[in-house]
Each structure stands twice: as structure tokens, then as C-alpha cells.
Design a binder for this molecule. Structure first.
Ligand code: NAI
Length: 287
């Protein structure tokens, strides 16, 4: 199988490039090689290669900046997925796309299933929703995998890296405790993607995948410091103080409750996602 992979320098893209060669030949495109904001570049780049599947791990992920870069976020997250889907359809290959919990408004208090109604609160969430819908219109041969609270290696920052940096500099750190989700390690996410890719028949439609268990950002921060100190990371932090979203205003609104139900994917693959704390340990050990 030959896979065209976008977003190769991102957190997930880097992990996919490490894992997918076990099951496929990977042709990775960075932003320089194929700019998702330029439709003709997408078409030209795809025309150059023979492929069996397109895997879109590229995205505009700066959730707060998106509120003021509306054209760019719409082009990359809203329009590009549909173009990828149309190109996949022309070649009779599947499109595997990554989406987000931020398509939901977080007003529920039980895990979001694939059938739940979406209602994005932010420009980023709205752009990802438009991207999903464009794919659904362009080809039935798609798999949209929604995930949440992703962290791993890669060029972009993430919550774990930020906490380790702040924890090394400060004695006191304030962290939001009224947003709940499932932190998800790219190592586990990439393994699940590999399992989906090798599943026969190819599973089409929408699926949710996160690590199991739930946490607030505050719970996650406390766990990061506990696990990092067990591994002798240099840390100054003594107090982690829970605060509310209202105490920490950001340009983009985020869902208060971001837990995705993973029942559908668990039934398909016959395995439960590992607990988020185990993913965290693995990530820290690999650093
Ligand atoms: N980071 C998170 O917490 C979450 C991420 N997701 C989704 O997971 C997927 C992977 O995200 P991450 O790896 O965390 O993001 P990331 O920000 O680490 O990586 C995104 C990749 O997209 C590339 N990219 C950005 N603009 C581009 C453009 N114009 N043309 C081509 N490539 C471009 C970047 O260079 C980077 O390689 C994305 O679809 C994202 O929306 C979903 C839920 C949560």
C-alpha cells in the first residue's frame, strides 16, 4: 500500500512517519512540498504520484490565532479536505482524515458519540466541521477519525511540553480545572490509525479515538509533574492551583466537556485504547 501523508512535521505526522512504514510505503508531504492553502498545489502534488490512500494529518491547529486568521484556517481545514477527497475519488482511493472534539460544543456530560450533533464554538472547530462535511459530500470512500487533546513530539508546542517548561521555571502554576477531556498520546493514536488502515474491509465513515479515562487540564498537569518527577525531570514546581476558564480568558471558546465515546472503534478493533496516564508515561520515557 502506498500512502500519501500530509502534515509530516506535525505531532501526529511525525509519529505516523515512524510507525506506518511497518505496513505501507509512505510518501510524506510537508507544507513546503504541498501547501494545503493552495488548491492547485494539492492537485499538482497528488498528480505526481501513484497512491492507494491519502492520509491527511496536516491542519491549521493554532486554535486561538484562528479567530483572527479566518481565511487561512478556512482554506487549510475547511476547503483542502474536500479537494483531497475529490482527488481521492477521481483515483478511486480512500481519504483518511483527522478531525477534532472541537466540532462539539461540550454541553453534554456523557461521552460524545459519532452520531451526536455538532456545534463548534470556535473558528478552528467550525473550519474542521466544514472540512468533514466537504469530505462526506465528495466521496463515500472516507474515514474521518476525530480525536482530542493530542500531545507528542513535533514542531508545534503542546500541553505536556508547556507544563514541563513552566514546571522547570516556576514554583506555582495555575491550570484550568473546568474543562474535561481525554489526553491522547500520538504514539497510541498512530497505532490505532495503523490498525484501521490494515483492517479489512477498510472502515469508512466517522470514528472517535482518544486514550481512555478522563481528566481536567488541572488533573493532567498534576499527573505530568508526578510522572516527570518519577523520571527525574528537573522541576521547580511545588504548587499546582486549579482555576476556572473564566480566570484564564482566551480568544477562542473551548468545549467544557470534550470526552469522545470510543465504543465504535473499540468494537471494530476489539481492543480498548490504553489509559491516558499510560500514554503519558510512554511519552515522557521517550523524551
Ligand atoms: N493537537 C490537538 O490537540 C488535536 C489535533 N487534532 C487534529 O489532529 C491532526 C494532527 O494535529 P497535530 O499533529 O496535533 O497538529 P500539528 O500542528 O502538530 O501539525 C499540523 C501539521 O500540519 C502542517 N500544516 C499546517 N499548515 C499547512 C499548510 N498550509 N499546508 C500543508 N501543511 C500544513 C504543519 O506543518 C504540521 O506538520 C489535525 O487534523 C488536528 O486538527 C484533533 C484534536 C486535537
Amino acid at each position: 500500500m502506498r500512502i500519501l501523508l500530509t502534515g509530516v512535521t506535525g505531532q501526529l505526522g511525525r509519529e505516523l512517519q515512524r510507525i506506518l512504514p511497518e505496513i505501507a510505503e509512505v510518501i510524506g508531504y510537508s507544507r513546503q512540498e504541498m501547501d494545503l492553502a493552495q488548491p492547485e498545489q494539492i492537485q499538482r502534488a497528488i498528480a505526481r504520484v501513484q497512491l492507494d490512500l491519502i492520509l491527511n494529518a496536516g491542519a491549521y491547529t493554532a486554535v486561538d490565532r484562528a479567530e483572527t486568521e479566518l481565511d487561512l484556517v478556512r482554506a487549510i481545514n475547511g476547503i483542502a479536505p474536500q479537494i483531497l477527497a475529490e482527488e481521492a475519488q477521481k483515483r478511486e482511493v480512500a481519504l483518511f482524515h483527522i478531525s477534532t472534539d472541537y466540532v462539539f460544543d461540550g454541553r453534554k456530560n456523557t461521552p460524545y458519540t459519532e452520531e451526536d450533533e455538532t456545534n463548534p464554538l470556535s473558528a478552528y472547530g467550525a473550519s474542521k466541521w466544514v472540512g468533514e462535511e466537504g469530505i462526506r459530500q465528495a466521496t463515500a470512500n472516507h474515514l474521518i477519525l476525530r480525536t482530542a487533546w493530542v500531545y507528542g513530539a513535533g514542531e508545534t508546542g503542546n500541553f505536556v511540553k508547556t507544563m514541563l517548561r513552566l514546571g522547570a521555571e516556576r514554583e506555582e502554576i495555575r491550570v484550568v480545572s473546568d474543562q474535561i477531556g481525554s489526553p491522547t498520546w500520538t504514539g497510541d493514536l498512530a497505532r490505532a490509525i495503523a490498525q484501521l488502515l490494515t483492517h479489512t474491509p477498510f472502515p469508512t465513515g466517522t470514528y472517535h479515538y482518544t486514550n481512555s479515562g478522563v481528566a481536567s487540564w488541572y488533573d493532567f498537569a498534576v499527573a505530568i509533574f508526578e510522572e516527570a518527577s518519577n523520571l527525574n525531570f528537573p522541576l521547580k514546581v511545588k504548587n499546582v492551583i486549579p482555576i476556572t476558564t473564566a480566570d484564564y480568558p482566551t480568544p477562542a471558546r473551548r468545549p467544557a466537556y470534550s470526552v469522545l465515546s470510543t465504543q465504535k472503534i473499540t468494537a471494530l478493533l476489539s481492543t480498548q485504547p490504553p489509559h491516558w496516564r499510560e500514554g503519558l508515561r510512554q511519552m515522557l520515557r521517550s523524551m
